[in-house]
Design a protein around this ligand. Structure first.
Ligand SMILES: [Zn+2]
Length: 926
């Protein structure tokens, strides 16, 4: 008994696939697909599953289309996260232990060894390989490596030599995101929260208060002339601290932050915020102003105190107005200082009033603040008594004046908060000295990348804008770390190259990874790589034969055709790799395309390992079978859309595969003679082949499954319905099954291999030729006839439901010739509005009068409703409706269980017959 047993299919196929996907240069055209290699610090979840299955489906598709396909995989183990994990496990941190023991199911004896970070990555790397294999991902595992292999480090050193020589590696002092617990700069991958936060530069305006300064942080120093007060939060405890020897009053948080930004900070005492209220401060540029209370002042924002400019800042305006409505501080008036087109004398008041905002908590306040900020920056001018300069000039001038004369300092802070490290600590901005950077801010380098981006295929096309923006906005990147795993930085070996900087050109390394292993790493000088990748000859190259073989591999495979990755990597990895490629490789070896993925959701919520909201891929495979997991992930959304994993929906996918399995087994040996309905089935099949092929060429996995599975499945249902009684179908079904299995093989390769064997197909279905549509088998006449019948059947069914009586007979009444003429004229016409007038110019039609204009209107509506794939052929090829229905009479009578009459509407006495239209006969149920 051949039962549906996915587990068995998986076992059978795995055995036959050993070494099958190892790919070598050949005479065939190559197709090289790569996906961002994983950082193996935990178990794979279904979101990871999609990341590797999409390229696999595409790889399998192109393999069947006769290309030499390379799909390699490696493991990125560079960086600090795994070190933090091992430390937390060593400390028996309950949350970490829970994650690894209960969620990732690491056996106790293995977990005990996780105090060594390398053990963690090795364990999960082998888990990844095992689970990817279980999912049927067709990887050439010979090329696997990790980023701490000595050979890989040699490659990275070579890469950096070129970056350095091109002037892209620089040393300097820069503000960076920093974790004081890890004592390390923090990359995007090291963050739990706040990966969109940018470091921005504030000016501290130094107000004098007794013998101390109260610094307020601002992005708009020019507004000092309009300051009416400063704000302090009465519920916060501030500190008095000696900063570089002078006394400042700031928040506790600010004291810690300033200490990371080149200041010596010594906290002396605490000061309650409420004790500062109603005291006063002064500044040479605005004179003496009072200190007022405001709950909105955030101690974690820069210095923890802010100046108030109610004429130009909506928040300040409303806060002051609220106090004044309670009868306090009524003597304070907003002081305008900037003239800006489109606003009244006091822009903040103007904007708040226009928007109808009544309180501080209104959600539109941020947008309104931004709006005034932009308007004043782009079009505003200071009043003449303040110098009369445009805001964009005055801002920098006044900041410079304050720093030069009035003790102001720069302070760096994030634009959004919180920013949280993976270790749980709040990330701060630190100024690093002697820090190495990649100079992504270099306009010439940016230009090179922009130029190349223009030549690349980007999928979906919308992401182009985001890439352009990233290139434009990228700033210098701190490229080394003190702590972690990875390659030593060649110009300071106490430092390591950080993870986003050693993972940019490894796609080239894959081409040689399985061969370079045979060479002693000590022999791998930069000259060796210059030869392999750039073809530069030099004397005394070692192991020349081996190097030649590697050069051949590189030349065959490179550049890669498509790189797949998630959309959150556009702002770093996907763009970084372009910067590095344009520096190192010649034009003909630059990347050709990228496919960017959407996010994974689990029951509607974002998947996140750190938050425990994940479903493990391995559990999914053992619960549902690998093919079900694959087909669900590919069919529920296109790769660039977000997908949502829901177990209840996955179950129905499993049933669909089972139905396919049963259908194929039932149909493959049918041996009846082919009839018109068989020709219809095979004709339809050609368009399914064509559309599946087109969809997969465009990476549309969902669309491809719609055609390849649901399209054919629904044809088969109709086909079975239309078969004569006691017929199992014709031998054409064998052809259909063979095509069907091959179209689905990239999605469900395990079931595919099993069924392919059942069909006595040659070799593995994974390498079987992809079906090609045969235009000669397309029979428009038969397709139109079936379309007419199925539409009429649907009409009869809906009428029957409506009238709710037991019918005794059904009459199908066909439209007369003159209506066909009208139909045709309208369908052919470009202008469907004037065509009715044209028709009515004809004598015969005019004689019909109202009847003809009505028919013309009805035909217009009908043509509008019919899909183009029906209307277009109808114009070319008239069908004989009478013959079609006569031939289907037996079928219709069987379907409805009553006699069916086919009549001409013109000879019918039934009033309803007059409504008959071409392709839509009148139906009379009696
Ligand atoms: Zn940390």
């Amino acid at each position: 008994m051949n039962a549906f047993d996915p587990g068995k299919f998986e076992e059978e196929a795995q055995e036959r696939w050993t070494h099958a996907f190892e790919s070598n240069p050949s005479k065939l055209e190559k197709c090289y697909l790569t996906v961002a290699y994983p950082y193996p610090s935990g178990a794979m979840h279904v979101g990871h599953g999609r990341t590797y299955i999409v390229p696999d489906v595409i790889a399998r598709f192109w393999r069947m289309r006769g290309k030499q396909v390379l799909y390699p995989m490696a493991f990125h183990v560079t960086g600090a996260p795994v070190i933090g994990i091992s430390k937390r496990i060593a400390k028996n941190d309950p949350q970490t232990i829970h994650l690894y023991r209960d969620l990732y199911k690491v056996p106790q004896n293995v977990l005990e060894e996780f105090t060594d970070p390398l053990t963690i990555v090795r364990h999960f790397a082998s888990e990844y390989q095992r689970v990817m294999t279980a999912c049927g991902i067709s990887i050439d595992w010979r090329r696997k490596f990790t980023t701490v292999d000595p050979t890989y480090s040699k490659f990275i050193e070579w890469q950096w030599k070129h970056l350095f020589e091109a002037g892209h590696v620089i040393k300097g002092a820069h503000p960076v995101r920093y974790c004081t617990v890890d004592d390390n700069p923090v990359g995007d991958h090291d963050l739990l929260e706040g990966d969109n936060a940018e470091v921005i530069k504030f000016t501290l305006v130094m107000f004098q208060h007794g013998d101390a300064f109260i610094p307020t942080a601002t992005l708009r120093p020019e507004t000092i002339y309009g300051v009416t007060n400063i704000w302090v939060n009465p519920n916060v405890t501030y500190v008095r601290a000696l900063v570089d020897g002078s006394a400042w009053i700031i928040s506790q948080e600010a004291a810690e932050k300033l200490a990371l930004q080149d200041h010596t900070v010594e906290v002396q005492e605490e000061i309650a915020g409420r004790d500062l209220i109603d005291k006063s401060v002064s500044h040479p540029l605005c004179g003496k102003v009072p200190i007022l209370p405001a709950d909105f002042v955030d101690p974690d924002m820069a210095s923890g105190l802010v100046m108030s400019v109610p004429a130009h800042a909506p928040f300040d305006y409303i806060a002051l107005r609220d106090l004044q409505r309670a009868g306090k501080y009524t003597q304070i008036k907003p002081v305008p200082l900037i003239k800006v087109e489109g606003y009244g004398e006091i822009p903040a008041q103007d904007a708040v009033d226009k928007a109808g905002i009544t309180h501080q908590m209104d959600s539109r306040m941020d947008a309104l603040t931004q709006e005034i900020y932009s308007a004043e920056f782009s079009k505003g001018k200071l009043f003449d008594r303040y110098g009369g300069k445009p805001v964009r000039v005055a801002r920098d001038d006044i900041a410079a004046l304050m720093i030069g004369k009035f003790a102001s300092e720069i302070m760096y802070e994030f634009d959004t908060r919180p920013v949280v490290c993976r270790c749980g600590n709040r990330v701060k901005v630190k100024i690093l000295h002697d820090q190495w950077f990649l100079k992504y801010s270099d306009p010439a380098w940016k230009k090179q990348v922009s130029n190349h981006l223009g030549d690349m295929a980007l999928v979906p096309p919308e992401v182009r804008l985001e890439f352009d923006r990233t290139v434009d906005w990228l700033k210098d990147w701190a490229c080394t770390r003190r702590v972690g795993l990875g390659t030593r930085f060649p110009w300071d070996t106490t430092q390591l190259i950080e993870p986003l900087s050693d993972s940019t050109i490894y796609m080239a390394y894959y081409t040689i990874a399985h061969k370079i292993r045979d060479i002693d790493p000590r022999l791998l000088t930069p000259e060796v790589f210059d030869y392999i990748f750039l073809g530069k000859e030099s004397i005394e190259l070692p192991e020349k034969k081996k190097l030649e073989a590697m050069r051949k591999e590189f030349l065959y495979w490179y550049p890669y055709n498509f790189r797949f990755s998630a959309k959150d990597l556009i702002s770093n990895h996907l763009t970084f790799q372009l910067f590095h490629h344009v520096t190192i490789f010649p034009k003909d070896k630059l990347p050709k395309g990228m496919v960017v993925f959407g996010m994974g959701l689990l029951n509607g919520a974002k998947m996140s390992s750190s938050k425990g909201n994940v479903f493990l891929l391995e559990d999914a495979v053992s619960d549902f079978g690998a093919d079900t997991v694959r087909m669900f992930l590919m069919g529920s959304a296109e790769p660039w859309q977000d997908f949502d994993w829901r177990n209840e929906l996955v179950i129905s996918t499993k049933k669909q595969i089972e139905r396919l399995f049963n259908t194929v087994l039932e149909s493959k040996d049918a041996d009846g003679e082919p009839h018109d309905i068989d020709r219809w089935l095979i004709s339809r099949l050609q368009s399914h082949i064509e559309r599946t092929t087109e969809a997969l060429t465009n990476f549309q996995t969902r669309q491809a499954l719609q055609e390849a599975y649901f399209g054919i499945d629904s044809d088969l249902k109709w086909y079975r319905r239309r078969l004569a009684e006691n017929s199992d179908g014709s031998r054409e079904l064998h052809t259909l099954c063979s095509v069907w299995i091959r179209l689905l093989a990239p999605f469900i390769p395990f079931t595919g291999e099993h069924l392919w064997k059942e069909l006595a197909g040659e070799g593995l279905v994974s390498f079987a030729p992809w079906p090609v549509a045969n235009k000669k088998l397309i029979n428009t006449r038969i397709e139109l006839a079936e379309e007419l019948i199925s539409r009429t059947v649907e009409d009869i069914e809906s009428i029957r439901k409506l009238i709710q009586m037991t019918p005794k007979s059904i009459t199908i009444s066909l439209a007369p010739v003159w209506k066909h003429e009208i139909f045709l004229l309208i369908a052919k016409s470009n202008d469907r509005n004037t065509v009715i007038k044209e028709i009515m110019k004809d004598d015969a039609m005019r004689k019909r009068g109202r009847e003809a204009t009505d028919a013309a209107k009805q035909c217009t509506t009908l043509i509008h409703r019919l899909p183009p794939h029906v209307v277009e052929p109808l114009v070319r090829e008239q069908i004989n409706e009478k013959a079609v229905f006569e031939a289907a009479k037996i079928f219709l009578e069987k379907e409805f269980g009553v006699p069916v009459h086919i009549t001409d509407a013109e000879s019918s006495e039934h009033a309803k017959a007059a409504t008959a239209l071409p392709f839509k006969p009148a139906i009379i149920i009696e």
